[in-house]
Design a protein around this ligand. Structure first.
Ligand code: ADP
Ligand code: GLC
Length: 485
């Protein structure tokens, strides 16, 4: 099959969250199964490209409303040989941030930026003669792709056969903007209706994408079920339910070439389930780095997270101080986002010296250090479409403490105190008390049932969430999308 993957992030070039990990891995896995995939991304100022980019096409003309914009396309290849194209349009992408400025203010022209990018990506397919069977869009940023296919390209030589698949990585971000941008997006006014793009007088990218996609997926089976209900769907439940069996959840995989304690070049020492001495060295290095008491017998609890409402770090904030007063534990927290949470977590090391360490910012190497050096990893998410950190944690023998929602529910097996089974600790209520009690349960397992704890580490490290398995599930979706288009 020929697949064009359109996204706004992809490791190793540009990343703000888990979407980048997915786009950095799924196309390679599809290629390894014998399929012909290309990735198309915006050419941001902050791209990190291991190889220099080659100019591939210039100029590339893109119709936006009744105006033609002129841009260019560059290309490179992933390690696995998947072609990656970058759309260059400096007026939109030569900026400091991806979606917002340094103060986390959304760029006001985001609808134009990503609507343009999506149309340019489809035009690129035509101009380079790539005739996809599947155009696979991700999140609101490229959600207009299935709509453009149906509105403009249904009769094209190159795009006319393509089915549109939309993957929702986070329904909390829908791309809702003022109607003044509608003309520029070229979606035609007869489609500005409440079953398609219109949302209380504004434009909703994700809603339109759901309507026009031949198939919609999200990133775990539990989140697919949750988002069919009003509590989790941020208003999208009716539209997702309308898709019937053309809306499913496929669990993300892990790129074990990047996240594997046996080979990870970023961590202080490598280790395996058979020999955990390297993990002890990683713990010591982590404690030293964060100025914690370097005591191997005190459990370290790690956090690596965007500081957003979704992630529940405000709930943790309401209980972390009583946890460290009542229990002999240490915390290491890495994250950025919400300014008041940044200020709070940034202030803890000074108030609890030797007990709590934190780093406010984005730092990939430290993320690996925490996965490797901590004993437990906490994710108190209000909702979590998939979540990758808890799956990385399993591989690093760092037992997850998670709220049983979305992908957290699907990837972590609950500890059973009677038998010792399980790979982590789960709770249901999104409350500080539930976090407190479950951390207490994990900590008491560490101190009082060390044989269980050791067996859980080895069990967690043996679990595999391969991209090959996920890629096969996407191929099945692609076949069904083609059949139903
Ligand atoms: P989300 O995409 O909702 O943020 P995921 O768990 O799917 O959540 O993915 C988050 C990814 O971003 C992980 O690879 C994690 O290591 C990384 N990450 C998040 N915050 C930071 C940070 N402050 N520094 C480094 N990496 C981070
Ligand atoms: C989103 C979700 C996260 C998921 C990631 C990759 O950012 O918040 O749960 O793992 O996308 O699919």
């Amino acid at each position: 099959m020929k697949i064009a993957m359109l996204a706004s992030e992809c490791v190793p070039y540009v990343k703000s969250g888990g979407l980048a990990d997915v786009i950095g891995a799924l196309p390679n896995a599809l290629k390894q199964l014998g399929h012909d995939v290309i990735i198309i991304l915006p050419k941001y100022r902050t791209l990190k490209t291991p190889q220099p980019l080659k100019l591939r096409l210039s100029p590339l003309g893109v119709w936006m409303g009744n105006k033609q914009e002129w841009c260019a396309a560059y290309s490179t290849e992933t390690e696995a040989g998947v072609p990656v194209y970058f759309i260059e349009f400096n007026a939109y992408f030569d900026r400091e941030g991806l979606y917002h400025d340094a103060e986390f203010n959304d760029y006001g022209d985001n609808p134009r930026r990503f609507g343009f990018f999506t149309r340019a990506a489809l035009q690129l397919c035509k101009d380079i003669g790539f005739a996809p069977d599947i155009v696979h869009a991700h999140d609101w940023q490229t959600a207009l792709a299935p709509a453009y296919l149906k509105i403009w390209h249904w009769n094209d030589l190159h795009l006319g056969r393509a089915a549109g698949v939309l993957t929702i990585h986070n329904i909390g971000y829908q791309g809702v903007y003022g109607a003044e941008h509608y003309e520029y997006l070229g979606l035609q006014w007869q489609n500005f209706t409440s079953d398609k793009f219109e949302d209380h007088g504004r434009i909703n990218f994700l809603k339109g994408g759901i309507h026009y996609a031949d198939f919609v997926t999200t990133v775990s089976p539990t989140y697919a079920r949750e988002t069919r209900t009003p509590e989790y769907a941020h208003g999208m439940a009716p539209y997702l339910n309308d898709k019937g069996d053309r809306y499913v959840g496929i669990l993300n995989g892990v790129d074990y070439s990047r996240w594997n304690p046996e080979t990870d070049a970023l961590i202080p020492a490598n280790y395996s389930a058979d020999d955990l001495s390297g993990k002890a060295a990683c713990k010591r290095a982590l404690q030293e780095h964060f100025l914690l008491e370097t005591n191997p017998r005190v459990p370290v609890i790690g956090v690596v997270s965007r500081m957003a409402h979704q992630k529940g770090l405000d709930l943790l904030a309401q209980t972390i101080e009583s946890i460290v007063r009542e229990m002999v534990v240490q915390f290491v927290i890495l994250g950025s986002g919400d300014k008041s949470l940044e200020a709070y977590y940034g202030s803890l090391p000074a108030r609890y010296p030797g007990v709590i360490g934190s780093y406010i910012g984005y730092n990939n190497e430290l993320a690996h250090w925490i996965e490797a050096g901590a004993d437990f990893f906490v994710m108190p998410s209000r909702y979590e479409p998939c979540g990758l950190n808890q799956i990385y944690s399993l591989r690093y023998g760092t037992l997850p403490i998670v709220r049983a929602t979305g992908g957290l529910e699907d990837t972590v097996e609950q500890y059973d105190e009677a038998s010792g089974a399980g790979t982590g600790f789960k709770f249901l209520a999104a409350t500080p008390q539930a976090i407190h009690d479950t951390v207490g349960w994990a900590v008491s397992t560490y101190y009082d049932r060390p044989a269980h704890h050791q067996a859980m580490i080895r069990r967690a490290m043996s679990r595999r969430f391969t991209w090959e398995r996920s890629a096969r599930a996407y191929l099945e979706v692609y076949r069904r999308a083609l059949a139903s288009r």
